[in-house]
Design a protein around this ligand. Structure first.
Ligand code: C2E
Ligand code: MG
Ligand code: MG
Length: 706
């Protein structure tokens, strides 16, 4: 620093000089202290007094200074006074103490005053309180440190890439990234961010990420990525843009990498399990239903005929009893293979459970072709099978129904094929028959059905049956599921599989569903009045009902008019209903919960069991679908999956009910797995109101001390 020659003071200033200077210094917002050669304070201005809290008397002529005992400061001052260089000055931050004892930071500029001979006579110290600034800087450093620690210790992989049009190179990866991918930070630095995808580019989700990068916005996707060793992992990727300091331009992207391979594996296992028979690997009932619907749609579009063949082995029980379960299993596997070999790849072979198989034959040129295929199957099966060193002969009874001749949806086609199969059994087995309408006294054509249903609602032909739900710990009936039946004056009792779908399609489900609700609520009140123990009544909701406007208000009205207790009502929804449109579902579910009812997810496992949604939905109960329970006692894989569902549900705080329990062994296993309740023929079929009340009274009698 060089000091410029001082300009000549003008005369006016000359005149006012002493007072003006004194005022300027005294009133300066900066603190100014003047020290003599001994370091004694000669003068301090008001700014210093305000800053330090001392009075002038406590400062002037005092040494050591009460605000700073620092030997370093003393030495600095001394060296400045001793300095021969005229423009020498010292700048720095010094910590001082106010009169009240609190510490603060002063930013000081110390310069010397010199006499005419150039000797330093005084020191002028100009000070400013910079504590706030210091604090902010310390905060900033601390925050930065925290950010860095957070990045480094995050269990999610984190990758930062540049974000210019032709450069998405990696500038940072954290240790979790290295752990997940097997690449070290050094190896990937400078590589393009997308390198983890390798050449697996045909992933639809990649488009989401590309679009987000292009439009410089957040984006998420689940991608197949590859580790250094080539192994695949599922990456639930989330990317977000990073802006420059002005908040304007996007300079980088942060990618959060979540390895969800475990979850996806579980999901796939669940899906496979939900769709396949674990003994034979054939399609199970769920997949079969899907395939029939697909087959019908295909046949409809192309004007083709589709065949549904239901096959039941003759006297399988004898083989099982004579040679043991494992021999029976071997035989079933062999049959599965032979059936598969008899049909085309586009056809579906499924096992319904036990010794019952279904074959869907798509694209039949002529209805009669189905008989030829059936004959081929019968002859293939009649070849002997060697089991445990013995030759076993097996025959089968086959029933056939056809789309469009007999019906246009899976349940009806299966039911009719089943009726035809029973006719074969009645007439000597080992043969095939096609369904004819006379076989099914309950066969009502679709057209007649709609009108008949309307009249049925008006005439009060519908009834509710109640199937007990049993608590596995106490073995008591703690609830009942209301299941609708149609008491048709000519046909007799018609089951819901024959009319619920049509009711749903035509909208008749709305009045019907409202009737079910009203009836079940009235029944709840009646049973309470009759002194039955409090029971939770489960009511099935259909998709259309669930999507109805003001559903919650309607239900509230039913509660109000009947006096039913919402706390003892469970509404059963299915997975497909709630997975439809997650956001509006959440609104609807919350509105229902507000009424005080419990919500149950019916037929769990048959839909898209997304665990993350389950966590979001306010659900109280999970009903594991029958198809998971069927073979649970004979097949360890099934037991493991059921166990996993139960454990997962319970970890989400849900109560678990197993449906379709038919055997004591299933009960024992479900108890051991921690299932809460069961429902099924083993305890009771759906009962009439009278029979149900009778059963409850028995339970009360048993509980009463003799
Ligand atoms: P869901 O809600 O899953 O009801 C359970 C079905 O399994 C009932 O068939 C029941 O009789 C049957 N079931 C119970 N235990 C066993 C068992 O141990 N083995 C076997 N094989 N089956 C068992 P159901 O009564 O024929 O009802 C069929 C479906 O119709 C119900 O399935 C439900 O989805 C629907 N449904 C019944 N009533 C209503 C209703 O009031 N409204 C609506 N929207 N749907 C209803
Ligand atoms: Mg149900
Ligand atoms: Mg169910």
């Amino acid at each position: 620093m060089t000091r410029e020659t001082a300009p000549p003071l003008d005369t006016e200033f000359q005149r006012l000089k002493p007072e003006l200077l004194a005022q300027a210094i005294e009133q300066s917002p900066l603190a100014i202290v003047v020290l003599d050669r001994d370091g004694q304070v000669q003068y301090c201005n008001q700014g210093f007094l305000t800053m330090s809290g001392f009075s002038r008397a406590e400062v002037v002529g005092i040494k050591p200074y009460p605000w700073n005992h620092d030997a370093d400061t003393d030495a600095t001052y001394r060296s400045l006074l001793a300095s021969q260089v005229g423009d020498d000055c010292w700048r720095g931050d010094v910590q001082s103490t106010r009169k009240d004892g609190t510490k603060y930071w002063e930013r000081q500029v110390v310069s010397t005053l010199r006499d005419a001979a150039g000797r330093s006579t005084h020191l002028v110290v100009v000070k400013e309180d910079v504590s706030d600034r210091k604090l902010r800087r310390a905060d900033y450093a601390q925050t930065r440190h925290l950010h860095e620690r957070a990045l480094a210790s995050s269990s999610n992989g984190i990758m930062i890439t540049r974000s210019s049009e032709d450069d998405h190179s990696i500038v940072y990866v954290n240790p979790a990234f290295e752990r997940i991918t097997g690449y070290s930070a050094d190896e990937v630095m400078g590589m393009e961010g997308r390198f983890l995808v390798r050449d697996d580019l045909a992933q639809p989700d990649l488009d989401h990420i590309r679009a987000a990068l292009r439009e410089k916005r957040e984006g998420s996707a689940t991608l197949r990525n590859y580790r250094k060793d080539g192994s695949l992992f599922w990456n639930e990727l989330h990317i977000a843009p990073v802006h420059d300091l002005t908040g304007g331009e996007t300079t980088h992207f942060v990618s959060i990498i979540n390895d969800i391979s475990e979850r996806v594996r579980y999901q796939h296992a669940l899906e496979y399990q939900a769709n396949h028979d674990s003994l034979t690997g054939l399609a199970n009932r769920n997949l079969l239903n899907d395939r029939i619907e697909q087959g019908v749609a295909w046949a409809k579009r192309n004007g083709h005929v589709m065949g549904v063949m239901l096959l039941d082995l003759d006297h399988f029980k004898l083989i099982n009893d004579a040679s043991g379960h494992s021999a029976g299993d071997t035989l079933l596997k062999e049959v599965a293979q032979r059936l598969t070999a008899c049909v085309r790849e586009t056809d579906t072979v499924a096992r319904l459970g036990g010794d019952e198989f279904v074959i869907i034959l798509t694209d039949l040129p002529q209805p009669g072709d189905v008989d030829q295929i059936a004959e081929k199957i019968l002859s293939t099966l009649s070849r002997p099978t060697e089991i445990a060193g013995r030759e076993v002969f097996v025959t089968a009874s086959i029933g056939v129904s056809l789309y469009p001749r007999d019906g246009d949806h899976g349940e009806i086609l299966l039911r009719y094929a089943d009726m035809a199969m029973y006719r074969v059994k009645e007439h000597g087995r080992n043969s095939v028959r096609q369904f004819v309408p006379e076989m099914g006294s309950t066969a009502i054509s679709r057209l007649d059905m709609e009108g008949a249903m309307r009249r049925g609602i008006e005439r009060g032909e519908f009834v509710l049956h109640y199937q007990p739900k049993i608590d596995l710990v106490t073995q008591n009936v703690v609830g009942a599921e209301a299941l609708i039946r149609w008491q048709h004056p000519q046909i007799g009792l018609v089951h819901p599989i024959e009319f619920i779908r049509l009711a749903e399609e035509t909208g008749l489900i709305l009045p019907l569903g409202e009737w079910v609700l009203l009836e079940a609520c009235k029944q709840q009140v009646l049973w309470r009045q009759q002194g039955l123990p409090p029971l939770k009544i489960a009511i099935n909701m259909s998709a259309r009902q669930f999507r109805q406007d003001e559903l919650a208000e309607r239900i509230a009205e039913v509660f109000a008019s009947t006096g039913a207790d919402p706390a003892h009502v469970i509404l059963e929804l299915t997975e497909s209903m709630v997975m439809h449109d997650v956001d509006s579902t959440l609104v609807a579910l919350r509105a229902l919960k507000k009424l005080g009812v419990s919500l149950s997810l019916d037929d769990f496992g048959t839909g898209y069991s997304s665990l993350s949604y389950l966590r979001r939905f306010p659900i109280d109960e999970l009903k594991i679908d029958r198809s998971f329970i069927n073979d649970i006692h004979t097949n360890p894989d099934d037991a493991a999956i059921a166990g996993a569902i139960i454990a997962m549900a319970r970890s989400l705080g849900l109560s678990v009910v197993a449906e379709g329990v038919e055997k004591n062994e299933q009960v024992a296993l479900l108890s051991a797995l921690g299932c809460n309740q069961v429902q099924g023929y083993y305890y009771a079929r759906p009962l009439t109101v009278g029979a149900f009340a009778g059963r409850m009274r028995e339970q009360q009698q048993r509980a009463r001390p003799a």
